[in-house]
Design a protein around this ligand. Structure first.
Ligand code: FMN
Length: 329
């Protein structure tokens, strides 16, 4: 069996990579001696992620996951990251002379998951942060609590962003795509009543009526306590001048999340802080960035009080909505 076939047999594991809103934007194309990683533009988030930052970070996380899965299977491969926007291609995975060097196994890919509930109090030690990598900044969570509230109000108060979120929410097990993609009630840590309340609040009619009456502030209030404890927030800082660079930063982000996960620490991304211009400015001001640097990902991290749920994935080879297939030859 060729290395391409070996990797293809493991596509489901590669698909455990994280992606914003669990959109799983990747498409793999298998050729004789190369696998190319493309994206499905119908799975981008044009309103929530207009610059494509989260799209390219997610694609980078996927590329890194593919390399880890291949290496675990004894395959020697490497990735060439060259984004081609016209062809919606992020990278090529090709044979290499030596295996990719990674401390992570396929088991680590399986174990990693986001956790959005409460965490035990306690901050990361300086040594842990130093071990995680140079591009990370560590802040006490409390410092970002007001930023998170403002960013949530903006997120829930911007109709196009709320609509896009609604499209990817799966708030009841009866949703036809509950086991496939998007954000489920369980992944969001919502009880039945909370999930039903959120679904009702974001329904088009209720949203149109309640938005001017303070709905965004009400929805934002539910996350108010998320950072009001003695916990850690990490910010991935890097240069994002080109899409290629952002994909590379996505690879770095995945390595950081796996390093944390292997230490028993979960992450909860708070991208809305970067999506809101005002809070992004406040955060970047607090970090004293050098010219050309920007904050690319923000997430709280710690030991979750409850075991997080395993999120849904579209199985490899399964044709999914939008008329696209997940794998093509
Ligand atoms: C670039 C990026 C941005 C993300 N932003 C958020 C976010 O703002 N809020 C959130 O709750 N999850 C966020 N996530 C986490 C995804 O929703 C999560 O990876 C996906 O639902 C799959 O779940 P899993 O990571 O537990 O496998 C983000 C993930 C990525 C890769």
């Amino acid at each position: 069996m060729s290395w391409v076939d070996e990797l293809r047999r493991r596509e489901d594991l590669c698909r455990r990579a994280p992606s914003a809103h669990n959109t799983q934007p990747w498409l793999l194309r298998y050729a004789e001696d190369e696998v190319t990683v493309h994206w499905d533009p119908d799975r981008a988030l044009p309103d929530s992620d207009p610059t494509g930052r989260d799209l390219f970070l997610s694609l980078g996380a996927f590329v890194e996951t593919c390399l880890i899965v291949a290496t675990d299977a004894g395959l020697a491969v490497r990735a060439d990251v060259t984004v081609d926007e016209a062809d919606h291609r992020a990278a090529r995975i090709v044979a290499a002379d030596t295996p990719y060097r990674t401390p992570f196994s396929a088991g680590a890919v399986e174990r990693r998951r986001c956790a959005r509930g409460r965490y035990r109090p306690g901050r990361l030690s300086r040594q842990t942060v130093a071990e995680l990598g140079a591009g990370l900044r560590h802040l006490p969570g409390r410092e970002l609590a007001a930023m998170l509230s403002a960013a949530d109000r903006r997120m829930f108060g911007t109709p196009a962003v709320a609509r896009e979120l609604r499209q990817w929410l799966r708030l009841s097990p009866r949703h036809p795509r509950y086991e496939m993609d998007g954000l489920t009630d369980r992944a969001l840590g919502l009880g039945r009543i909370e999930a039903a309340g959120l679904a009702a609040a974001l329904s088009p009619t209720a949203y149109a009526i309640a938005r001017p009456l303070g709905l965004p502030a009400m929805l934002a209030a539910s996350s108010r306590s998320l950072l009001r404890y003695d916990g850690s927030v990490l910010v991935l800082v890097g240069r994002a001048a080109t899409a290629d660079r952002v994909v590379e930063q996505g690879r770095e982000l995945l390595r950081v999340w796996l390093s944390l996960s292997e230490r028993g620490l979960a992450v909860h991304p708070l991208s809305q802080i970067l999506d809101c211009a005002a809070t992004a400015r406040t955060l970047e001001g607090r970090l004293n960035l050098k010219p050309g640097e920007s904050a690319l990902a923000v997430f709280r991290t710690g030991r979750p009080m409850r075991e997080p749920t395993r999120s849904a994935r579209i199985p490899a080879g399964r044709r999914h909505d939008h008329g696209l297939s997940t794998a093509q030859t």
